[in-house]
Design a protein around this ligand. Structure first.
Ligand SMILES: [Zn+2]
Length: 361
């Protein structure tokens, strides 16, 4: 929020900022600079600035004020607002087109766990019954997603919950409290207990990381990428959603393939120099000490590890299917739907000044 905004405006935005800070502090909802929130006040759209972290809402100036009429004129002309307002969230168009006063977009891991499944609409229908919700098939951020929201509103004008295929969740209400309450309800309905992975081989990881640029991650859950065959099988199938492309380059998929446990006596380190993390087969994960805070935040809980969290959740559904022929059919339906976007998706932005920064949203 601009410091020079009148006290009355700052007071009106305070509930939005407090809600944004709480949501942004939950790594199961937002990671690094992903996610965004907004409020419409007296013709001004106050929206999270691109590259800002929601968790900083109460200590940083994270909101950008935009003239709502001008933004809506952009949409009518087919101009994506960030083209004119580079500091604005990439999802400004979506926030502007929703008629609600308060809008929240999160990369909720439990929602994504459903949203990557081929049978997501059917599964969500059962779980979100009674809510005014809509399924938005995967589309790129910005104007394309805005148009998807518009189509959904045409089908159900009072929709205020939008599940974005291979992407996340949008909640819209008249107040920040209304948004947070509705988010809690959706989270409760879509909650899945992650499957437990084999524990990491800490002794081996410590041994091979000695005198190297590699370190053990703070988040134990990340080791599942190296110890859980099911997660590895899913990773081999490709990226599940755009945030997994934050390390996007020609080696992206290679990054997610486990490497054989190196012999500390070998000169193995130069072979993987430049990688942000190493998945060591059967042992766990090592992270490069040079990783930027945004990368670490994104890696530590669920963006990269979501491969395991999502995998665990998807497979948790599979495992309930049993072994009958109908179970085989159900299993086929629940196969993850690989992310259909292109690497050109505006995920790895330059705004943070770091080539592997997570998506600005
Ligand atoms: Zn997003």
């Amino acid at each position: 929020m601009r410091k020079h905004a009148p006290a009355s405006i700052r007071a009106e935005l305070q509930p939005l900022l407090e809600m944004t800070e709480r949501v942004g502090s939950d790594p199961l909802l937002t990671q690094a600079s992903t996610g965004n929130s907004s409020a419409k006040l007296d013709g001004i759209l106050w929206i999270k600035a691109s590259g800002k972290w929601m968790t900083d809402a109460l200590r940083d100036d994270i909101l950008t004020p935009l003239d709502l009429t001008e933004i809506q004129e952009c949409l009518r002309r087919g101009v994506d607002p960030p083209e004119r307002h580079p500091t604005a969230s990439l999802e400004t168009a979506m926030h502007a087109t929703l008629p609600h006063r308060v809008v929240l977009h999160v990369h909720c891991v439990n929602s994504i766990a459903w949203a990557v499944r081929r049978d997501a609409p059917m599964q969500l229908q059962r779980r979100l019954e009674g809510l005014s919700w809509q399924w938005i098939p995967y589309t790129e951020s910005g104007l394309p997603l805005c148009r998807g929201i518009e189509r959904a509103l045409s089908a159900l004008p009072d929709a205020n919950v939008f599940v974005l295929g291979n992407h996340g969740l949008v909640i819209a209400e008249e107040t920040a409290k209304g948004v947070e309450d509705l988010l809690s309800e959706v989270k409760r309905r879509l909650s899945i207990a992650p499957r437990k992975a084999h524990p990491a081989d800490y002794a081996a990881l410590i041994e091979i990381s000695q005198d190297s640029p590699w370190d053990l991650p703070d988040d134990d859950g990340l080791h599942a990428l190296g110890t859980d065959p099911v997660s590895q099988e899913l990773l081999r199938g490709g990226l599940l959603y755009p945030c997994q492309a934050i390390f996007s380059d020609s080696a992206t998929l290679e990054l997610f393939r486990p490497i054989p446990c190196p012999d500390p006596a070998d000169c193995w380190q130069h072979q993987y120099a430049g990688r942000p993390f190493l998945i060591v087969d059967g042992r766990g994960v090592l992270v490069n000490r040079s990783m930027a805070p945004a990368e670490l935040a994104t890696t530590s809980c669920p963006i990269v590890s979501s491969s395991s969290a999502v995998a665990g959740q998807v497979i948790a559904q599979w495992s309930r299917c049993g072994g009958s022929s109908s179970a085989v059919a159900a299993r086929r339906r629940s196969t993850p739907r690989p992310w259909a976007g292109s690497r050109a998706h505006r995920c790895p932005p330059a705004r943070s000044g770091h080539s592997r920064a997570p998506p600005n949203s």
